[in-house]
Design a protein around this ligand. Structure first.
Ligand code: ZN
Length: 275
């Protein structure tokens, strides 16, 4: 069992929101034991926990009252896999800045700030029984395991993506997942902008596929960059459990809504024990 951890120093990150396109400022500050990851905006404190999820369309959104903070998954994934348990995250703008569309800048900010070991042990959530959720051809399941592990597969009809698989755990995050970019399709761009989404999307923060392949100069960072980003997103959603998890997750064609459906089921059916 490890002790709880926060950051040794605060950090500030400025950038644009992927969906609003507006400029956003985020300040992360060390927080006391047992406080968890908490967003602070408009006078509200929004715990980064499953019951506070208000939306999963393209990004994961948290809310309390009328306040919303969107796109919490990339920062959440970086914090979770680095073992940051307690942090106060103040956001001006309602959306976590997209930066380069990866978790890389968050990993660097966390490494620069350093971890501070705190005077209380962390509770770990151990999955006790297998669970499964499915929607259409997509499914996600979890089974007991002595380690946190993810096995993920995606398939897209697009000729430059096809079927891709990734398997690993939180220790692989920085080297294998943190640099994989947010995925977008050029054919969807107009529709998303008309819906008020993706207004801040650009080739600097999104891996955009045209009819034949990526439109980004330099192309793909790896042939399987798409599944790597989906796995990154999963660790971000898993961070909303609010504790290190021991279990083997398997996913096929999953996304934020399916991730949250399984995590809600895990919590509601109490298919776990805290150790
Ligand atoms: Zn993402």
């Amino acid at each position: 069992m490890r002790p709880q951890q926060t950051l040794a120093r605060p950090f500030v990150m400025e950038g644009r929101g992927l969906h609003t396109g507006a400029s956003v400022r985020l300040s992360a500050r060390p927080a006391p034991v047992h406080s968890g990851l908490v967003y602070v905006l408009g006078g509200e404190r929004i715990p980064a926990r499953v019951p506070f999820v208000t939306g999963t369309q393209l990004a994961t959104t948290l809310g309390v009252g009328t306040q919303r903070v969107s796109m919490v998954e990339h920062l959440g994934a970086a914090l979770y896999t680095a073992g940051v348990d307690n942090l106060e995250i103040e956001v001006e703008g309602g959306e976590v800045p997209v930066l380069d569309g990866t978790a890389g800048p968050w990993v660097e900010a966390i490494q620069r700030a350093g971890l501070l070991v705190q005077a209380a042990p962390v509770s770990t959530l151990r999955v006790r029984a297998p669970l499964r959720v499915e929607v259409g051809e997509s499914w996600m399941e979890v089974e007991p395991s002595e380690q946190l592990r993810l096995t993920m597969g995606v398939t897209f009809a697009h000729p430059a993506i096809g079927t891709q698989h990734w398997a690993g755990g939180p220790a692989d995050f920085v080297a294998e997942l943190s640099w994989a970019r947010t995925l977008g399709f050029f054919a969807d761009a107009e529709r998303l902008v008309a819906m008020g989404l993706a207004r801040g999307a650009s080739l600097e923060n999104t891996l955009v596929f045209g009819d034949e392949g990526p439109l980004n100069p330099g192309g793909l960072r790896a042939p399987d960059e798409v599944v790597r980003h989906k796995a990154l997103d999963f660790f971000g959603d898993l961070s909303l459990i609010g504790a290190p998890v021991l279990g083997h997750f398997r996913a096929w064609r999953s996304g934020h809504s399916l991730h949250l459906a399984l995590l809600r089921k895990l919590l509601e059916e109490a298919a776990y024990e805290l150790v």
